[in-house]
Design a protein. Structure first.
Length: 309
């Protein structure tokens, strides 16, 4: 059993589960900032649904992308799957079973969210998130093979996940969480582009038509730089629309990292296999750091700590 538990843990990619807590927590923090009372029971049911859906996605992606992962001769720590199924440590049947069990847990957690009276909006958003997460890689839709994977991930992770956390506490979606997640969505698409560069050859062999393959390397790299620029250029408009200044300032803090990543991509590091691990790590870091800083900023604004901003 231990021989299966260790590779199953690798297949689950637990490090990536941290993002679900950060993005969901961001939505809860925004609701608290707006004055919503904290419903701890609903919060826990919602977090269970989010985490179980993440696990489902990890298991399903490795299972349904097995052909592409096998054809991938240049995996990195951040791309190419967990390699557990490729190395034969577990069978694809086990991966699919784990995905189905995790999906069932996620759906049961949605029932829990409904049971505690979190409202129809929260249930609808959770069900939409779970469906998109499943069909990201699962047939018949296989959204990531139709050039829609990057947008799907951006919709699920930095948009719907905070919106779920917010709606479970507030009862209905609102404008402020959408303003807060707009830069994060740009960073998410940019990050997926970076991660898809090392996978391009294997994806092409398996017929997985990601945005990198559809656009070509040069245009995908230019899109990456444009997305990073857009995330910051939209900040004045977001503040005018109601985003608190302290949150906009938090988004600006990792700007030097974003500028460095844009410079590296513009000079062609996306062509260099030796640079792929570093690009992936720092792209993930930019997204997570910005989301975490937004979360802290909303909590500080809610508590009312005076800052010179």
């Amino acid at each position: 059993m231990l021989n299966k538990l260790i590779p199953l843990t690798r297949l689950a990619r637990p490090l990536f589960l941290v993002g679900g807590f950060v993005f969901y927590g961001l939505g809860v923090a925004i609701a608290r900032y707006e004055g919503a009372a904290l419903d701890v029971t609903a919060l826990l049911w919602g977090q269970l649904a989010v985490t179980a859906a993440q696990l489902m996605t990890h298991f399903a992606n490795d299972t349904f992308d097995l052909a592409a992962d096998r054809a991938n001769a240049t995996p990195t720590r951040w791309s190419g799957g967990s390699r557990v199924l490729v190395e034969g440590l577990l069978s694809a049947r086990v991966g699919l079973g784990a995905a189905l069990v995790s999906g069932a847990v996620a759906l049961l957690a949605v029932v829990g969210v409904a049971w505690v009276g979190a409202g129809g909006w929260a249930v609808a958003l959770l069900l939409a998130s779970i469906a998109l997460a499943w069909f990201y890689s699962a047939p018949p839709l296989r959204l990531h093979s139709r050039g829609l994977g990057e947008l799907t991930v951006a919709l699920i992770v930095p948009v719907l996940t905070p919106l779920v956390g917010y709606t479970i506490q507030q009862g209905a979606p609102g404008r402020l969480p959408l303003l807060a997640v707009a830069p994060l969505a740009c960073f998410q698409v940019a990050m997926i582009l970076v991660i898809n560069f090392p996978d391009a050859a294997g994806d092409h062999h398996a017929g997985k038509r990601t945005l990198v393959l559809r656009l070509g390397g040069e245009r995908a790299a230019r899109l990456h730089v444009a997305l990073l620029a857009l995330a910051y250029l939209m900040l004045p408009l977001l503040v005018l629309a109601g985003l608190p200044g302290i949150v906009a300032a938090a988004v600006l803090l990792p700007l030097p990292l974003a500028a460095w990543l844009a410079w590296r991509m513009a000079r062609g590091d996306w062509r260099n296999p030796a640079a792929w691990n570093s690009l992936g790590f720092w792209s993930i870091g930019l997204l997570m750091a910005t989301a975490g800083l937004e979360l802290i900023a909303f909590l500080v604004a809610w508590i009312g700590i005076p800052l010179p901003l």
